[in-house]
Structure formats: C-alpha cells, structure tokens
Design a protein. Structure first.
Length: 51
C-alpha cells in the first residue's frame, strides 16, 4: 500500500513541476513576442525616415 501512495505522490509532484515549467515557458514566450513587436516597430520607423 505504501508503494501506491509513493507512486501517486511522485506523479503529483511531477505534474506540479511540469505545470510550473510550462508557466515559465509561456511567460518567456509572451516576453519574446513583446520584444519582437518592439523590434519590428523600431525597424519600421527607421525605414520610414529619409536618409
């Protein structure tokens, strides 16, 4: 019976770790999207300027 509880506990702990890491990936992807948009705007504004 102990092994069943240990296996379930380890499974839940693994899911918690995966959930935490997936949240970190989503936050990083959102930040990368903002950075790409900012760079795109800067490039667009610099190409609009006459030389």
């Amino acid at each position: 019976m102990f092994w069943i509880f240990a296996a379930v506990g380890l499974g839940v702990a693994g899911l918690v770790v995966l959930g935490f890491l997936s949240v970190r990936v989503l936050v990083a992807a959102r930040g990368l999207t903002r950075e790409i948009d900012r760079s795109r705007q800067r490039l667009a504004s610099s190409s609009d300027r006459p030389r």
